[in-house]
Design a binder for this molecule. Structure first.
Ligand SMILES: Nc1ncnc2c1ncn2[C@@H]1O[C@H](COP(=O)(O)OP(=O)(O)OP(=O)(O)O)[C@@H](O)[C@H]1O
Length: 559
């Protein structure tokens, strides 16, 4: 159990400087010791040569003690673990003062000056938590300052140390002129109660900023970043992580927590501009490019092995061509420009169109199977957009049912006007999914389910569609072997061949896809047992449509 004694303002008889003895988080058993320490400290401030009883009398009649009673107790205690502990400690102090020493204190003066240069003595009890503050040295003056106070850390919760405070002494050791490492060494060697003497920063910024929520679009590891001021205070994150940014006051280093939040203490992360400048240095870009390269190799392997099949085959044939010609719509380029994406919770109002549901997954993982089963389960709720094709209509087919049958000229006109989410060629005929077809499903009040290549997600990330992206992930090769005994794959070369030893490659491709695109995924579904996966898919979709979800703030703004 810890106690907090609120700020005690001690005004020395010699006018200045004003001394704040601010003790906080005192161990319960050590209250008496600490209070005696405070009195000792004050004794030093007014001179040791005064008779003890006289000194006490003077202390108890002094303005600084009166101002102690002026402290807003409730407010000061809001940071501490126990409110009653704070009041109890003060009343103990009061009863000592009132009962043992006369006279009764006169009423508080209302005109205590508050613009004097002040020194604050902050007493923290060291436990196994870090202090939660970093220091910096002014190279010209050699002065040591509190550089930042980590949100939710011990120093922050004390409410007594702030960024910009000048650190004068640590446990009686003057720190001016020391290197920051030497100060840290003093702190490391100190045990129990640590006494800081600081001159508060008069213009300290309020640390009570409203949190901002960001989705990380890049990976970050503080241990690999030579520029971070304090690697131990850094927080690693991965693409797709949701971050609660609690402090953006520093242009270079923000403070954030990862959600769902386990840690009360924030960590340092580079600001968006800092990450962008790192991008320019190509500091973090290289591993990403390696990833992209690996993925292309992996997908190419599937292509050359003819692993892909069926309806989605036309996408594969165009995939490499599009990658070469259209790099601007690649999610990478966007992620490089926007290391963080600001997000907000959104709940779809019942009168609005349903959110577009996008399924993505490695070839053969079962995206198509899940989509078909979902629609079969409830065709009046779920529907896929009707694709366009240039192939001739067959007997029994109806335009607008299986496909929209269009001429090659019309198809190419639609391509030029960016009307296709994706399109490709198979056996000399063009196939594509248009945005109009998606709109049509949504307009009819249905939930539109599409499965696309992950690099097509970016094109659909619009305020109008507010897509919810579900990544269909491969289970382990062992589970694939067990669950896919009867599964068939259709390739360019072999119709309906059985899965053989493709499972390791399938899992690898799935992992690579997740690593590269996970910043765009709202949910991950492991397609292990088919029936279980279907049930989970239904429940994920219901939540996406009916419960609050994080979306980019730009999708929620009204123009
Ligand atoms: N969970 C599962 N358990 C057993 N078999 C499955 C499961 N999921 C999918 N399958 C089967 O695996 C085969 C491939 O599935 P599907 O065609 O849906 O893959 P896909 O990811 O859509 O790949 P493609 O894009 O190449 O069509 C199909 O025979 C399908 O029935």
């Amino acid at each position: 159990m810890f106690w907090k004694v609120t700020d005690i303002e001690i005004k020395s008889p010699l006018n200045s400087p004003t001394v704040f003895v601010s003790t906080c988080f005192l161990a319960f058993s050590g209250v008496t010791d600490i209070l005696s320490g405070v009195v000792d400290d004050v004794g030093q401030a007014v001179g040791r040569n005064i008779d003890g009883a006289q000194l006490l009398y003077e202390l108890l009649s002094a303005p600084w003690l009166r101002s102690l009673l002026k402290v807003p107790i409730q407010q000061s205690c809001t940071h501490v673990d126990s409110l009653c502990s704070c009041q109890a400690l003060l009343s103990t102090h009061d009863s000592v003062a009132q009962s043992d020493y006369e006279p009764v204190l006169p009423p508080l003066p209302d005109d205590l000056p508050d613009d004097e240069e002040a020194m604050r003595i902050v007493c923290l009890v060291k436990n196994n938590q870090p202090l939660g503050a970093t220091i910096r040295r002014n190279e010209e003056t050699g002065e040591i300052y509190i550089a930042r106070v980590i949100h939710g850390g011990l120093a922050d919760r004390s409410g007594l140390l702030h960024s910009g405070d000048l650190l004068v002494e640590v446990n009686g050791n003057p720190v001016g002129g020391l290197e920051p490492e030497e100060v840290i060494q003093i702190l490391t060697n100190s045990h129990g109660t640590i006494l800081f003497k600081v001159i508060p920063n008069p213009g300290q910024a309020s640390s009570n900023q409203n949190p901002v929520y960001m989705k990380a679009m890049v990976d970050y590891c503080p241990l690999q970043d030579a520029s971070i001021p304090c690697p131990d205070a850094g927080m690693a994150f991965s693409r797709g992580d949701l971050l609660e940014v609690v402090d953006q006051s520093d242009a270079h280093w923000w403070q954030a927590r990862k959600l769902p939040c386990a840690a009360s203490c924030a960590g340092l992360i580079p600001s968006a501009s800092m990450l962008k400048s790192k991008q320019k240095e190509q500091w973090w870009r290289q591993p990403l490019q390696r990833f992209a390269h690996d993925l292309i190799n992996s997908i190419s392997w599937f292509l050359s092995a003819g692993f892909r099949r069926s309806f989605r085959l036309w996408r594969r044939t165009s995939y490499r061509k599009r990658r070469q010609s259209c790099t601007t719509c690649s999610p990478n380029s966007n992620a490089l420009n926007t290391p963080y994406e600001e997000v907000a919770l959104y709940q779809r109002p019942p009168q609005e169109n349903h959110r577009l549901i996008i399924l993505v997954g490695a070839p053969g993982v079962g995206v198509n199977e899940l989509r078909k089963r979902l629609i079969k389960l409830n065709p009046s709720t779920f529907q896929s957009p009707v694709p366009h094709t240039t192939r001739p209509i067959r007997p029994g087919e109806q335009s607008g049912t299986e496909y929209h049958f269009v001429t090659k000229e019309l198809f190419e006109y639609m391509v030029c006007n960016h009307r296709f989410v994706e399109y490709g060629e198979s056996k000399g005929q063009l196939y594509g999914t248009s945005t109009d077809a998606i709109d049509e499903v949504l307009r009819r009040g249905r939930m539109c389910i599409i499965d696309i290549e992950p690099h097509g997600i970016q094109f659909l990330r619009t305020k109008k569609l507010k897509p919810f992206v579900i990544f269909v992930k491969a289970p382990s090769p062992e589970r694939l072997r067990q669950t896919r005994r009867d599964a068939r794959i259709i390739t360019n070369f072999t119709i309906n061949r059985a899965f053989t030893d493709d499972f390791v490659e399938l899992e690898e491709a799935s992992q690579l896809m997740e690593a590269k695109y996970r910043q765009f995924f709202d949910s991950v579904l492991v397609n292990d047992d088919l029936q279980d996966a279907c049930i989970q898919l239904c429940s994920i979709i219901q939540q996406a449509q009916n419960e609050p979800q994080w979306i980019p703030v730009s999708w929620g703004r009204t123009e």
